[in-house]
Design a protein around this ligand. Structure first.
Ligand SMILES: Cc1cc2nc3c(=O)[nH]c(=O)nc-3n(C[C@H](O)[C@H](O)[C@H](O)COP(=O)(O)OP(=O)(O)OC[C@H]3O[C@@H](n4cnc5c(N)ncnc54)[C@H](O)[C@@H]3O)c2cc1C
Length: 399
């Protein structure tokens, strides 16, 4: 039978319980206290980017948590980076406005040349350059990434790029973008995962020279965009790793991404539980706190239990990742369970707040919208279930 259950042999390496990295948590909480709900609401009203917040995180070194010390970062484990993102969201702030830098930097770190790393990583760590944009999704390919069509053709010392990306978040607020492109036509490759390559694009230098970025109005303020390429020239020296192997490079960054995004969901869920619990205790209707009614209390309690379980899965996946052990299944399950638990908490809070959940000043509706994204991006629930079904349980491939 072809079943490859996650690597459970031996002891789990360093899975923490409770408030691990207390100093880190404390520092992030103090920083976030300076960015209350009205900051995020105001920002959303004008579809703005939280520049002050991102600058503060950068200056404090948090966004360089995973960059090795030799390049000016903190060289922390992925669990610590997860704790940072969790605390940001647990404070009511929005980590997704800047989380990409943490995980897409890994592609440059693992597969970039020594010269590329020396050129970019210290500047990213210092905050002189933002690497916040990740161009993978296309309108025509969606979850089926290997069908992407944005084409890069080698011409002398450059690649010439033509095509379109969609949902490229933060592209108007980033200096650099990691871009997945097709360098070999699909009908000339043997394996469908071949023929794709990763380029590091200097967004500032590219604007108006064959690249147009248009804001994409969305339900959440993620500063997301559509990008149109029409003959953009990118120096061939900006190719990361080998031509044609880009899909693999992106894939091997996915586990860190899953763990980090799952950590954010845990923070979001805990924020919702805190708000819902406080409101359930103080809101008096029919002469008693609404939280005295089990129909109000139980959904919050159940969501809390779900979050606790998901949190353990996130910690396990992070511990396996940091111990350099196989963690694909665990990282995917952590992402799935954390996003679902956060959504359960969001729904419980939405219901607990009654009509006031819809009043923007409480931030419930804003967070509720943001939490919902976790069930779709960066990977949808179904695609994770398909991964578990196929790769963990050995059932037939569904696509
Ligand atoms: C706010 C936001 C920010 C984003 N930021 C970025 C970014 O910075 N960079 C980037 O590259 N992308 C980004 N994305 C894109 C995101 O990664 C995709 O939306 C996501 O991967 C799903 O792809 P899709 O929207 O094309 O859905 P589709 O692939 O069209 O899927 C639609 C639905 O069909 C389901 N489905 C499809 N195929 C199957 C199947 N075989 N079995 C079962 N169900 C299936 C999916 O689960 C989904 O529910 C962002 C998206 C959002 C909403």
């Amino acid at each position: 039978m072809n079943m490859q259950f996650p690597d459970l042999a031996g002891e789990l390496p360093g899975v923490s319980i409770g408030e691990d990295f207390p100093d880190l948590r404390d520092g992030v909480r103090r920083l976030c206290a300076g960015f209350p709900g009205e900051y995020w609401r105001r920002n959303e009203e004008v579809s703005g980017y939280p520049t002050e917040f991102v600058n503060a995180l950068t200056q404090a070194g948090y966004l360089a948590a995973l960059i090795p010390e030799e390049y000016g970062g903190a060289g922390l484990p992925v669990r610590a980076a997860g704790v940072i993102l969790e605390e940001i969201n647990a404070a009511g702030c929005t980590a997704s406005q800047c989380h990409a830098q943490m995980y897409i930097m890994g592609t440059l770190l693992r597969h970039g040349s020594a010269a590329q790393k020396a050129e970019y990583l210290p500047k990213i760590a210092a905050g002189d350059l933002r690497l916040q944009a990740f161009g993978v999704t296309e309108p025509g390919s969606g979850s089926d990434t290997t069908k992407l069509r944005t084409r890069a053709i080698r011409d002398g010392d450059d690649y010439v790029i033509t095509g379109q990306k969609v949902w490229t978040s933060r592209a108007l607020h980033s200096d650099l973008m990691l871009l997945l492109v097709r360098t070999t036509p699909r009908d000339e490759i043997v394996k469908k995962t071949d023929g794709l390559s990763v380029l590091l694009v200097d967004l500032t230098a590219s604007k108006g020279k064959g690249m147009e970025i248009r804001p994409l109005k969305a339900m959440v303020n993620h500063n997301t965009t559509e990008i149109f390429f029409d003959g953009l020239r990118v120096p061939a020296k900006n190719l990361i790793g080998e031509e044609g192997k880009g899909f693999r490079y992106i894939l091997d960054g996915m586990n860190a991404e899953r763990v980090l995004v799952a950590s954010e969901a845990i923070g979001d869920g805990n924020w919702m539980i805190r708000k819902a619990t406080a409101y359930a205790k103080e809101r008096i209707v029919f002469d008693r706190p609404i939280g005295q009614n089990q129909a109000v209390q139980f959904p919050i309690a159940r969501a809390y239990a779900s979050l606790q379980a998901a949190d353990m899965m996130v910690r396990k996946a992070a511990a396996l990742f940091d111990a350099k052990r196989e963690c694909g299944a665990d990282a995917n399950m952590a992402k799935l369970l954390a996003a679902d638990a956060a959504w359960e908490a969001a729904e419980a809070a939405m219901q607990t707040f009654g009509g006031f959940a819809y009043a923007t000043e409480y931030d419930i509706e804003r967070k509720w919208r943001e939490i919902r994204v976790g069930r779709t991006a960066p990977i949808s629930v179904n695609l994770i279930l398909a991964y578990i079904g196929q790769h963990v349980l050995g059932m037939p491939r569904s696509y």
